[in-house]
Every structure is written in structure tokens, then in C-alpha cells.
Design a binder for this molecule. Structure first.
Ligand code: SAH
Length: 227
């Protein structure tokens, strides 16, 4: 099966996983996930799995990206802060949904790769920053929406401060093995939280670094003979 057919099959899988927002399905049908992963993993680009992207990090699982984007309820005029750009895959999807994406990544080498990929695809409504996302992006604040792809133990206060009243933040919280995805709505009285279920994300780490040279241990291998 070629990659384009696999992508269509992936989108059918997203529907089965409960993603039914037509705008989210539409952007995920457009984006070529194979552009965001290393050559060795090309044939697995449309498996519903996280895959290694180097530096000890992973590109998020498509169903999880779909669920997070759906939970975000993002509209075309919104400005969104994204923490944990990684490969840039979710950034590209967000760019198709909103007016402007402010993406932060702490590993410089990953951010450089993401920047190149987004430029190649002529995605120009994304601003990228190499920094610790725990501080947010004060000059860009306040944001209509905030999304994070790495799990902090507790909600980073700076992110809560940078969310507009009426805004929504979607992020995983908790330690390995005990993480949940949360949707946090800011209203006039404070923050309303909603647990969207168990997830497994890489940890939200402090500080910005050039690179993280770790031995890669693939966490996922497709079954023998998987189509
Ligand atoms: N959505 C990305 C997910 C990458 S994994 C993708 O699909 O490719 C999560 C990313 O969050 C990693 O690249 C990791 O380096 C980054 N990260 C972790 N803590 C961070 C922090 N405090 N600030 C910015 N990025 C962070």
C-alpha cells in the first residue's frame, strides 16, 4: 500500500478513535506525516504510534494529536501557543486550523529540523522559538489557546497566566505511568478542569539545550507482516 492510501486509512482510524471534527480530520488528511520522521521509519509513517525523532523524543501518535486538536476547539482567527514542537507535525496541523501558531521547543536541533520542514511546505503562519516552554511566550500573550505535547507534574503557572479569559488549554499532566490529558477552560471565575483520559507523553523538562545525544531505543515496532 502506498503512503497516500495509508494516510487515508489513518484518517479512518482517527474517526474510529473518536475524532469527528471535520476541520481536524481535514488538516490531518492533508499533512504528509512521512516528512516529519527519519528515513528509517518512513513505511511506518501512518501507523497509529509514536515514532522516534532523535534526541530521545517522539513524534506524537496520530490519534492523540487528533484528540488534542479536537479538544482545543480552535477557530480560524485564533492565536495559539504550542509547547514541544518536536518534529513540527502537530505545528503543521495547527497552522492549518488557526491564524497564527507560536511554537516553543527546548531542543535546538529538533527545532531547526521542524523549521526547515515547515518552510519547505510553505507554512508561514508559524513563529518558532528555542526556549523553555515553561515560561510561555510573554510578548505574544495572551493566547486564545495553549497546547503542550510534554507532560509537566503540575500546570505551569506562566502558561495559565498567558491564557485569555474564555481560552482553552489542552495538556498532559502527571508523572510517567500516571498521566492524564486535561482540558482547562479559563472563565471569569477561574479555571475549570476536565480529565480527558490516560495518556503517555515524554516529560516536560526545564531549560533549553542544543541537542540530546542519547542512544535510541525504539519503543515501537510494527507487527511482522503488518500491512
Ligand atoms: N508534537 C510533537 C511532539 C514532540 S515530543 C511531534 O509530534 O513531533 C514533545 C516535545 O516537547 C519534545 O521535542 C521535547 O523536547 C519538548 N519539550 C519538553 N519539555 C519542554 C519545555 N519545557 N519547553 C519546550 N519544549 C519542551
Amino acid at each position: 500500500m502506498n503512503l497516500a492510501s495509508r494516510r487515508i486509512r489513518m484518517v479512518m482510524g482517527l474517526r474510529r478513535a473518536g475524532v469527528n471534527d471535520p476541520r481536524v480530520l481535514g488538516v490531518m488528511e492533508q499533512i504528509e506525516r512521512e516528512r516529519f520522521i527519519p528515513p528509517a521509519w518512513q513505511m511506518d509513517a501512518y501507523e497509529d504510534a509514536p515514532l522516534p525523532i532523535g534526541h530521545g523524543q517522539t513524534i506524537s501518535q496520530p490519534a492523540v494529536v487528533g484528540k488534542m486538536l479536537q479538544a482545543l476547539e480552535a477557530g480560524p482567527r485564533m492565536r495559539v501557543l504550542e509547547i514541544g514542537v518536536g518534529s513540527g507535525y502537530q505545528t503543521a496541523a495547527l497552522a492549518g486550523l488557526v491564524r497564527a501558531v507560536f511554537g516553543i521547543e527546548r531542543i535546538k536541533a529538533l527545532l531547526s529540523g521542524a523549521k526547515l520542514r515547515l518552510e519547505e511546505q510553505k507554512i508561514d503562519n508559524v513563529f518558532l522559538r528555542w526556549a523553555d516552554g515553561g515560561k510561555g511566550w510573554p510578548e505574544g500573550a495572551p493566547f486564545d489557546r495553549i497546547i503542550a505535547a510534554a507532560a509537566a507534574d503540575d500546570m505551569p503557572g506562566a502558561l495559565a497566566d498567558q491564557l485569555k479569559p474564555g481560552g482553552i488549554m489542552v495538556l498532559p499532566l502527571g508523572v510517567a505511568g500516571h498521566q492524564s490529558l486535561w482540558r482547562i477552560r479559563r472563565d471569569d471565575t477561574g479555571f475549570q478542569t476536565e480529565d480527558l483520559g490516560a495518556v503517555a507523553f515524554v516529560p516536560f523538562l526545564p531549560g533549553a539545550i542544543e541537542a540530546n545525544l542519547v542512544a535510541e531505543t525504539p519503543r515501537y515496532r510494527p507487527a511482522q507482516g503488518a500491512a
